[in-house]
Write a new protein. Structure first.
Length: 333
């Protein structure tokens, strides 16, 4: 065998191995993903970045496919991001809302999904107030399922876009120190960030009042801190979470002013942070509570970049789950 032939075989073998890095037809969370799988999603997203900069912002990757946005909770950013991502990959998009649908008449999630599947859909993007709803759905339909946020469990594409934004700015995440600050207890974004960042070698710090820390935080691969000022100078990225008043039952801190004094990212705190620290937020922002406006709109802010990267990540995820489903449908040789 000639050297040229050997090199050709190696290239084909490498392509085959790369092709099967991602074999999941669902994306339900980041907790059980390997480093190789996470990197593959991020690398695939890199390949889709230029589509949004073209004159014609379309690619044929999902032509002829149908994507359903099955949203049982209100959403603007995530729903529109998935809709646009599917559209840019040339898929047909069906929008579903619980209000005014058969769900309001008592239809179960399973029956709703199976009725939609009978129409010939290929991918369901689901957002639901109950943790585990995407997993339940994946057990009773044959189409692909993508989790767009479930209860207090996970929001994997938000975690991925945050990680993608950090990698874009810093390169390798190994050894990077990231603080997730605020309402951790009610944040599915925080959980996806924790698992993804930990798997990629970053050091994660949870910062907030004890009443907004999740039960079992000491069992997570994180450092828990109740004093923002104590650690801010060491951090490479500050991911400021929204205080989710709509999810909080009993009062969890004395007052908004008290919370802001202790945990808001203000100009005084920024003076103690690294000059190149990344300031992040999943949105929407409670300006003045979690972030001062001059910082949210300042040079360290990646907030709008996160929105842009969200589109790229969701294109990659839709592409990969569809590709995995196609592979599974192929007859065995």
């Amino acid at each position: 065998m000639t050297t040229k032939t050997k090199q050709g075989n190696k290239m084909k073998s490498a392509e085959k191995n790369d092709r099967f890095v991602w074999t999941r037809k669902h994306l339900l969370g980041l907790e059980d993903l390997s480093k190789q799988e996470l990197v593959h999603i991020l690398d695939t997203a890199e390949g889709f970045k230029d589509i949004s900069e073209r004159a014609i912002k379309k690619a044929p990757a999902l032509r002829g496919k149908v994507v359903v946005n099955l949203f049982f909770e209100d959403s603007t950013r995530t729903r529109n991001s998935f809709r646009l991502a599917a559209s840019r990959l040339s898929a047909d998009v069906l929008e579903f809302t619980a209000k005014g649908s058969s769900v309001s008449k008592g239809e179960t999630l399973r029956d709703t999904a199976r009725n939609l599947e009978a129409m010939g859909i290929d991918i369901v993007v689901i957002r639901h107030s109950a943790g585990g709803a995407p997993y339940l759905l994946s057990q009773c339909v044959d189409c692909c399922v993508v989790n767009a946020g479930d209860g207090f469990h996970e929001h994997p594409t938000q975690g991925l876009l945050d990680i993608f934004t950090m990698r874009e700015a810093r390169g390798d995440l190994a050894g990077m120190k990231v603080a997730i600050v605020g309402d951790i207890a009610h944040s599915r974004v925080a959980r996806s960030n924790i698992w993804g960042l930990h798997t990629l070698g970053a050091e994660v710090f949870l910062v907030g009042p004890p009443t907004l820390m999740p039960a079992g935080a000491d069992q997570l691969p994180v450092t828990v801190c109740y004093d923002f000022d104590e650690i801010i100078g060491e951090m490479d990225a500050l991911n400021m979470l929204r205080v989710q008043f709509e999810r909080i039952g009993l009062p969890t801190f004395p007052s908004v002013r008290e919370y802001s004094r202790l945990f808001a990212l203000n100009s005084e705190r920024m003076k103690r942070a690294k000059k190149d620290v990344l300031v992040m937020h999943p949105g929407p922002i409670n300006r003045g509570l979690e972030l001062e406006s001059e910082i949210a709109d300042g040079p360290n802010s990646t907030i709008l970049r996160q929105v842009t990267n969200g589109l790229t990540i969701r294109m990659a995820v839709l592409f990969l789950v569809n590709q995995a489903a196609a592979e599974k449908r192929k007859p065995e040789a």
